[in-house]
Design a protein around this ligand. Sequence first.
Ligand code: HEC
Ligand code: HEC
Length: 275
Amino acid sequence: MRALYAIASAVVALALAGCAGGAGNSTGGTAAGRPLAGAALYDPAHLPAGKMGALVREGYNIITQTHKFAKPYVVAQMQCSSCHIAGGTIPRGGYLRIAGHFPQWNKRSHRAIALQDRIAECFLYSMNGKPPAYDSRTMIAVVAYINWISRGQKTFSPIDPAVRIARIKPPAPPSVSRGAKIYAAQCSICHQATGAGIPGQFPALWGATSFNKGAGMAKLAMMAGFVRYNMPLGKAGTLSNQQAYDVAAFVESHKRPAFDKTAAIAFPPEPASFF
Ligand code: HEC
Ligand code: HEC
């Protein structure tokens, strides 16, 4: 299964990079992701020297192996890269080349937020966990990684829709029963009939080990847009808009963890001498 998944990932990475007009992970091909001709967004052989390079590498490791490197902060059986495909280097696949867009106005919280706040949201909802403190090494490593893959991006540049997960509309209202058939034929081999996936290999789509109800991916339109361009892994782009909606409606018809909006988040205090 591991080998199948590795091959499937390679295929999907190539297929998607093709849509973006780049080679491998090398460019986003969009206004927000252009200036890196010939350079991979993330290449472990080309990182800043010394301790900063080590920090960027650590951020990449946290995004791709969240359970190993940020275990205290996550509950869901998924990695950041379960939704931010290839470490967030692929347009339409949860692209993370977005550092220049922060601070930004956040409609959900009715305030301007920093990149750390947006990362905290994904820890809270998508990983069904709790955010690391903003001055913790874990948070700073993730920020360093996202800044690194955003290098050259202009600050306060308008958000390019191509970097977002696609927003598509279904031709007809989605059908859970049609979605169930698509799921059995095209998804359950990896995500399993139970929706729980296989820990460490295939992420959970619903149930106790999946993302919670507050997550962006829990919205039907967001999941349909993600599935349309990124799934089934290895055959990305083969579903129609309608099929993507139908199968997303089937996935979303199952139970997932609740999100407690009233919970307060406390971070450890720092001694004044630290600064
Ligand atoms: C269950 C899927 C899922 C997981 C797991 C997940 N995210 Fe996200 N994340 C999303 C979605 C969906 C969005 C919104 C994307 C959009 O609007 O196009 C998002 C957006 C973001 C953004 C803002 C991107 C932008 O376009 O402004 C950041 C930063 C981010 N996530 C970081 C993380 C980090 C760090 C982790 C791991 C701790 C993580 N995410 C885990 C689904 C996920
Ligand atoms: C060949 C195995 C495979 C197949 C088939 C497959 N997936 Fe996935 N899926 C994955 C993997 C692996 C990831 C995590 C992304 C990564 O690691 O590149 C993923 C991620 C996801 C995610 C985001 C993460 C999460 O847990 O919510 C969704 C949603 C999803 N798949 C839905 C589907 C749907 C719907 C289908 C069927 C149309 C499908 N997948 C078919 C392997 C597969």
